[in-house]
Write a protein that binds this ligand. Structure first.
Ligand code: HEM
Length: 518
């Protein structure tokens, strides 16, 4: 719902008038101090004069990336925007992004959003925290995930279990046109279930279905409430026109579901301590929550000062599900879309798999270094159809210099990852899907430093290794087993829909089984 729609349908004329007058007065007051504050400093310029009250906010609604690129051409790599009185700075281009995200990383935190305030999780977990707490939570989370990926590689095993179900479910369509979105997202969420809570669910399980609906419902509503980040007064409007209370209810239901798993695993750790039965081989034991508690207990036993606790753990689980399901799922879907557009690329990938792996077994992680064309096609999907093109925002803690401009403390910075992934000078023809750009003349895989779909610096995506493994195992099995064919004469569009991440528009595909694949 638009602001105007929400205001007019929920307020009587007098309240509306008072709201407008008070809002305007506050804005003018803010604006005059804002102009004074910035006029004396070397801050990045505006590309265009901001509108009263909302600044540039509503100039960015429909195709934000395209608009940001137009402004970049006019103003340069680094420019300012005004979001309802809040100073924002947009940073483009590989060198400026590196300066910001790698060299100046210590002077950056995350800004608090309305949603974080609603959840009460600003400063908790990984995504929304910074400083010492972020460091402790991130370091432990990463080391748990790394340990799962080492030796017998529990993560690869868990993904492979899910891949088998995924492939069998796809085969059930028997080449009929199907919308695979739910299947893809369910499979990817199930990988996270296995890793985080230690159990997977059957597709169609009512409890899992409820969890997925909650998560999707929550994610779908977040974009609608983002206006509240900038117009704080609107939070107090009667009638909940932006559904903030619905969001709060959904979030607390999700949290209490997760708390049940947290309690279960805490009890398991306490039980195993009492009975001394913590067997290394127990696959049931291998889950993120259990390992987190085990480490918490160990630090407490050593009387270390630790911030490991249930509030941080619950925030981390939210972070992992929030950041880890849509992202990988949408990348799988974009890959399928690009394959539909390019039957000839499908045949190259299939021939490579047939040559390296054969058709008697599914590809595994040992095959990955030898399936370079497939790896290049996955990278090209992530470059061209990046699901997080605007990156994650930063809050500047103390003044920094980028490209000769001063970005003052308190500013929110938007790092535009797409500006590196689609840079014409780097890629030549950035708008074309051309996997061979990632291959050297001898067929080996290139890793250009400008390829940053997972961002870079100390805040680089925590799930990068997991996501790469998922993408490889799901997509190699998919390309080995099926040829993808379009449903109708018109090929589905490869452009995305803006939300929390970029997702493909709904499409149908025929999954045609190749001969002789298990
Ligand atoms: C194709 C899949 C994925 C892509 C493209 C992706 C991309 C990103 C990007 C661009 C960021 C922002 C980094 C920054 O702030 O500069 C990020 C952060 C993060 N991602 Fe991912 N991600 C993916 C999958 C995953 C998965 C599978 C997980 C975990 C299960 C995950 C967990 C996280 C977390 C926890 C952060 C916050 C890191 C921090 O603030 O320290 N991501 N991701």
């Amino acid at each position: 719902m638009t602001i105007i729609g929400a205001l007019t349908s929920h307020l009587d004329p007098l309240t509306l008038l008072i709201t407008v007058v008070v809002g305007l007065g506050m804005y003018l007051l803010y604006w005059s101090t804002c102009v004074q504050r910035f006029s004396s400093r070397n801050v990045p310029p505006y590309p265009i004069r901001p509108w009263p009250l909302c600044g540039h906010l509503f100039m960015l609604t429909k195709q934000p990336l395209e608009q940001l690129q137009k402004w970049r051409q006019k103003t340069g790599d680094v420019f300012s925007l005004d979001f309802a009185g809040r100073h924002m700075v947009v940073v483009n281009g590989f060198e400026s992004l590196k300066d910001l995200l790698v060299k100046k990383a210590d002077k950056l935190a995350r800004p608090e959003t309305f949603l974080m305030r609603l959840h009460g999780d600003y400063g908790l977990g990984i995504i929304n925290s910074y400083g010492a707490n972020w460091k402790e939570q991130r370091t432990l989370s990463l080391s748990i995930l790394r340990a799962f990926g080492m030796g017998r590689n529990v993560i690869a095993q868990k993904i492979d279990e899910e891949v088998e179900v995924f492939i069998n479910e796809l085969a059930k369509f028997r080449g009929q046109p199907c919308d695979v979105k739910l299947l893809v997202h369910t499979s990817v969420a199930n990988v996270l279930n296995s890793i985080i809570i230690g159990q997977r669910y059957e597709h169609g399980d009512p409890q899992f279905g409820h969890f997925l609906r909650l998560l999707n419902n929550l994610i779908a509503r977040i974009a609608g409430t983002s206006v509240l980040n900038h117009f704080r007064l609107l939070r107090y409007l009667p009638g909940d026109p932006f559904e903030a209370n619905v969001l709060k209810k959904l979030a607390s239901e999700l949290k209490s579901m997760l708390m049940r798993f947290i309690t279960r695993e805490r009890k398991k750790v306490e039980e195993s301590e009492k009975t001394n039965t913590d067997s290394e081989d127990s696959t049931e034991r291998v889950n993120f929550i259990y390992e987190y508690f085990k480490e918490k207990k160990a630090r407490e036993a050593r009387r270390e000062n630790t911030r490991l606790d249930e509030n941080n753990l619950s925030a981390i689980i939210n972070n992992l599900f929030g950041a880890g399901s849509e992202t990988s799922g949408n990348t799988v879907l974009f890959f399928m879309l690009h394959m539909l557009h390019r039957p000839e690329e499908q045949e190259v990938i299939y021939a490579e798999i047939k040559d390296v792996v054969g058709t008697h077994r599914r590809p595994n992680m040992q095959d990955k270094p030898r399936l370079n064309y497939l790896n290049a096609a996955i990278m090209e999907t992530q470059r061209l159809s990046n699901i997080a093109p605007i990156g994650l925002q930063r809050l500047v803690l103390s003044d920094i210099e980028i490209k000769g401009y001063t970005i003052p403390a308190g500013t929110i910075v938007m790092p535009i990852l797409d500006s590196s992934l689609k840079d014409e000078q780097t890629w030549g023809d950035p708008e074309n899907f051309r996997p061979s750009r990632f291959l050297a003349d001898d067929g080996s895989l290139l890793q250009p430093e400008q390829f940053i779909p997972f961002s870079f610096g100390k805040r680089v995506c925590l799930g990068e290794a997991l996501a790469r493994m998922e993408l490889f195992l799901f997509l190699s099995a998919l390309m080995q087993k099926f040829r993808l064919e379009q449903e109708a004469d018109d090929l589905p569009d490869t452009s995305g829909i803006y939300g929390i991440t970029i997702s493909p528009k709904p499409f149908k595909v025929r999954m045609i089984e190749r001969e002789g694949i298990p």
